[in-house]
Design a protein around this ligand. Structure first.
Ligand code: HEC
Ligand code: HEC
Length: 161
């Protein structure tokens, strides 16, 4: 019995030593697109806020069904349970006056696909899906290719992007 306990204690000690010996921090300099090289336990100086791109030029879509990005500023546009500033220009009844693109017909459909005379509640909070863009350089690279573009590329080019 004694030897058994001794063996158990010995193996537990060995295991504990192993666990302590495991390296927890990878041996590469820390770098993060947002934090730079500031270690996780420090608070880096935040970068300046980039201005919102406000060119009023409709941007292309990266894939079918993408909610288009907002090509204008939305500072101080109220969107809450009392008011929706976006609809003041984008509602189908307002676009003649505002010159804005009317909200898509999908925004009048409920989840069963029935179209009603008013905006569907699930489309009320526009910025859940539509976002303005900052006039700044990309934080990280992006090699996204829409599925329809993949299908159009000749086979030799597919891996290269
Ligand atoms: C004062 C009127 C006005 C208001 C308010 C407004 N927009 Fe716009 N919006 C426009 C106009 C006009 C365009 C057409 C492009 C341009 O001139 O900027 C546009 C374009 C857009 C587009 C691009 C559509 C496309 O087909 O690419 C989106 C998305 C959009 N707005 C979303 C919003 C959202 C979301 C809000 C509220 C946070 C909002 N807009 C508030 C006038 C407005
Ligand atoms: C749940 C996500 C979602 C919400 C919320 C939403 N949209 Fe959209 N919106 C989309 C998608 C996806 C498209 C593009 C596909 C389509 O036409 O339905 C789109 C298209 C649009 C377009 C372009 C229409 C066109 O004919 O090119 C406008 C303008 C727009 N939305 C405005 C708004 C406004 C204003 C609100 C808030 C009242 C809003 N959207 C809320 C997802 C959303």
């Amino acid at each position: 019995m004694r030897t058994f306990i001794a063996v158990v204690i010995a193996s537990l000690t060995a295991l504990a030593a192993l666990a302590i010996a495991q390296p927890t921090v990878p041996d590469v300099p820390f770098h993060d697109a947002l934090r730079g090289t500031a270690p996780l336990d420090t608070e880096p100086k935040p970068p300046l806020m980039a201005p919102t791109e406000n060119k009023d030029v409709i941007r292309g879509l990266n894939y079918a069904q993408q909610p288009p990005t907002i090509p204008h500023k939305i500072d101080n546009y109220q969107v809450d349970k009392n008011a929706n500033r976006c609809l003041a220009c984008h509602a189908r009844s307002r676009v003649e006056e505002s010159g804005a693109v009317p909200v898509a017909i999908s925004h009048y459909m409920d989840r069963d696909g029935s179209v009603s005379g008013h905006l569907s509640p699930r489309r009320y909070f526009c910025t859940q899906c539509h976002v303005p863009q900052a006039d700044t350089k990309l934080l990280i690279g992006n090699t996204f290719v829409a599925v329809e573009d993949i299908r159009q590329q000749p086979a030799s080019k597919k891996q290269k992007r």
